[in-house]
Design a protein around this ligand. Structure first.
Ligand SMILES: [Zn+2]
Length: 126
């Protein structure tokens, strides 16, 4: 039953402060979220790499909910070629920072591996 599920290794790396993703040693595909098989070629020859955390916002949306402040969730394309979904903690609600450069870092939220991003300069703050 318990194959070598990569989610556990991913969680361990996030806890250690590494923004981990996988790299296919056969075809070179960068892979996120962690999985057993390369989605491009089906190879199981996957190795772990650590992203520098720099990326660009591909799309973003503000989430409004009753019991908490609005927050922004985005799809971010990391420089290493993987796309991940993350919360952007300093985005202005209602102003999706599409195309902005962000710095993504690993965090734990309620014991689960997660990521948060911060906008990097070049914004409207001068
Ligand atoms: Zn592959």
């Amino acid at each position: 039953m318990s194959e070598k599920w990569p989610g556990a290794e991913y969680a361990r790396r996030i806890q250690a402060g590494e923004l981990a993703y996988q790299h296919c040693d056969r075809c070179g595909e960068a892979i996120f979220f962690p999985r057993v098989l390369c989605p491009a070629c089906g190879s199981t020859e996957l190795s772990w790499r650590t992203s520098g955390g720099r990326g660009t916002v591909y799309s973003a949306t503000t989430i409004y909910s009753r019991n908490r402040d609005p927050y922004t969730v985005a799809l971010v394309d990391l420089d290493e070629g993987v796309r991940l979904m993350t919360r952007i903690e300093d985005a202005t609600p209602g102003e999706p920072p599409i195309g902005s450069t962000v710095e993504v870092r690993p965090v734990e939220i309620d014991g689960e591996p997660a990521t948060v991003a911060r906008l990097q300069g070049g914004g409207t703050n001068g």
